[in-house]
Design a protein around this ligand. Structure first.
Ligand code: FES
Length: 82
């Protein structure tokens, strides 16, 4: 089963519990959820107008939509990050 999760944040949420600082993953890519494992760093060069996916090895894939003639179609604005 596959699942697509939309996440626009590229850094963790930082919280304090019992005087200890804890980084909670907000990018969706950590292999140690709910904790941040630093994987969010691979999202820092993402461009606003594109959509990215990552495979299980954290390899980046740029999602591109083509029309029947193979030309790039602009992505609907409702699925792009604000
Ligand atoms: S915020 Fe997800 S790995 Fe750091």
């Amino acid at each position: 089963m596959a699942r697509v999760i939309k996440s626009e944040r590229n850094r963790p949420y930082l919280i304090q519990v019992g005087g200890q600082n804890i980084a909670i993953c907000a990018c969706g890519l950590s292999k140690n959820k709910p904790y941040c494992d630093g994987t969010h760093k691979i999202t820092r060069d993402e461009e606003e107008s594109k959509i990215y996916a990552y495979d299980e090895n954290r390899n980046k894939i740029v999602i591109q939509v083509l029309d029947e003639e193979g030309k790039t179609v602009d992505l609907p604005t409702e699925i792009l990050p604000e």
